[in-house]
Design a protein around this ligand. Structure first.
Ligand code: ATP
Ligand code: MG
Length: 434
């Protein structure tokens, strides 16, 4: 496919300024340019800069091949099996992802299964724009002359606030079903509408979403929590019936608790407003905001810790299996939700005059602060009394419990580990046994 009309916006006609571009990303583009390669800022960063938002990350596309990039940057690591990408690392945490222009593999539209596993062919900048998912994600910024280049009609869609697939949405979603969740992410986060054909295609192909690799689905789900937009994003996922396919268990809870008025939406709104977990939250904490409602309901009238553990584990099992949730995440979700029940049980015990060592142990436990953060969200959503939060905050202060999630996080990661299956160590052969 080629561009009918490529639009080039000169520097004076757009708002993208180098001032807002990451210095290391600028340096990467400069070095590629100096060595005779084309290099554009691409994807979400150009979209966000044009919208006056702060980009989450800065991606670069170039005609330099991965081995050329590796040669130019000592801090470059080639990653990816399907497509070799260059990760250029700065410091401990920053990665500037630099990919070689590539083209969309040809699709046999009449085939039953269009899912693509091989997209490893280099292409031109224009072909690279067309292989991307949505028009608003396919804009290029050229540091050479400060122009914004649009091969796909992305500038018009940015103005109209539309998420539109590049090409036929029925094909693009079947090639990569994860794009359906991505469409929801951008619409939810930016407050954009889904263009009509794009929306219809999602409704039509939602059933096929589980054809995508579980790890990618889980990763995209985590991203729905980002940028303080979890409520609009998950609500759209639910409205478009994608959630029915991904997590029917959660949909049952939403239906039973008032549909669009379900308390789940209030919990997610509280999460978005609190900025509590932004950027730092452990995946388990994010997932537990989604699952706490149905899991706590599954424990209604259960009194022993053992019964609560079993009920929570049974509820989570099918979802954890479906997404191949890592054992550590699964274990932590269980603990965070079980602790919601412990909060109430231990408080009742205390109020009825029974002094309990369990309270001291509970407050000192590494998972306490995260569990309390979740309790606060539930209180903000009206699911528990605000007094429960103040009670536990007082207890924490009195007994030296941790109140901040970030410090607690380090502790949880360092202090509390998933019980591991014990492995036998191989006995080393001694030299005289050789
Ligand atoms: P965010 O701001 O959340 O990072 P983003 O648009 O930068 O959003 P990324 O997941 O970082 O999204 O991907 C970078 C770019 O790569 C996208 O903007 C898009 O052009 C392209 N892309 C990513 N995933 C796909 C996909 N599944 N199909 C086609 N293009 C994709
Ligand atoms: Mg990005």
């Amino acid at each position: 496919m080629t561009a009918k009309r490529t639009t080039i916006l000169q520097r004076s006609d757009h708002t993208v300024s180098r001032q807002f571009i990451d210095r290391d990303a600028l340096q990467v583009m400069h070095r590629l340019n100096r060595n005779g390669y084309k290099a554009y800022l691409v994807g979400g960063s150009v979209r966000d800069l044009l919208l006056g938002r702060i980009p989450k990350d800065f991606d670069i596309s170039t005609d330099a091949e991965p081995s050329d990039i590796k040669r130019l940057f000592r801090n470059c690591f080639l990653v990816g099996r399907r497509f070799r990408l260059a990760h250029i690392r700065f410091g401990r945490h920053k990665v500037i992802e630099t990919s070689t222009f590539r083209k969309q593999p040809t699709t046999n539209e009449s085939a039953d299964n269009l899912v693509q596993w091989d997209d490893n062919q280099f292409g031109t900048p224009e072909e690279d724009a067309f292989r991307r998912d949505f028009t608003i994600n396919a804009l290029f910024y050229d540091l050479h002359d400060f122009c914004v280049i649009d091969h796909v009609g992305g500038l018009a869609d940015l103005r109209k606030q539309l998420v539109r697939t590049i090409g036929d949405p029925n094909i693009r979603f079947r090639e990569d079903p994860v794009r359906m969740i991505r469409a929801v992410r951008f619409a939810g986060r930016l407050g954009f509408r889904l263009e009509t054909r794009t929306r219809r295609a999602i409704i039509k192909h939602a059933d096929e979403i589980l054809l995508a690799a579980p790890a990618r689905l889980l990763e995209e789900m985590y991203k729905l929590f980002g940028m303080s937009a979890s409520e609009p994003s998950f609500r759209l996922l639910w409205q478009l019936d994608i959630m029915h396919v991904l997590m029917p268990e959660l949909c049952n809870y939403i239906k039973d608790t008032g549909g669009r008025k379900s308390p789940l939406w209030r919990v997610l709104t509280a999460l978005d407003q609190g900025g509590l977990f932004e950027g730092t939250a452990h995946h388990a904490l994010l997932l537990s905001t989604l699952f706490q409602g149905p899991m706590v309901s599954a424990c209604a009238d259960l009194h022993t810790l053992h019964d609560v553990n079993v009920a929570c584990a049974n509820w989570l099992e099918p979802i954890a299996t479906r997404f191949r949730m890592p054992r550590g995440v699964r274990y932590r979700v269980l603990r965070l939700v079980e602790n919601q029940i412990r909060f109430l049980q231990l408080q009742e015990r205390f109020v009825s005059g029974r002094k309990s060592k369990s309270i001291l142990r509970f407050v000192a436990h590494p998972s306490f602060a995260e569990s309390l953060a979740l309790l606060k969200l539930r209180a903000a959503a009206g699911l528990v009394a605000p007094e429960a939060v103040s009670f536990w905050e007082d207890m924490a202060k009195k007994h030296g419990g941790e109140l901040s999630v970030s410090t607690c996080r380090d502790k949880v990661e360092g202090g509390e580990t998933v019980p591991r299956r014990r492995r036998r160590r191989r006995r080393r052969k001694r030299s005289h046994e050789a």
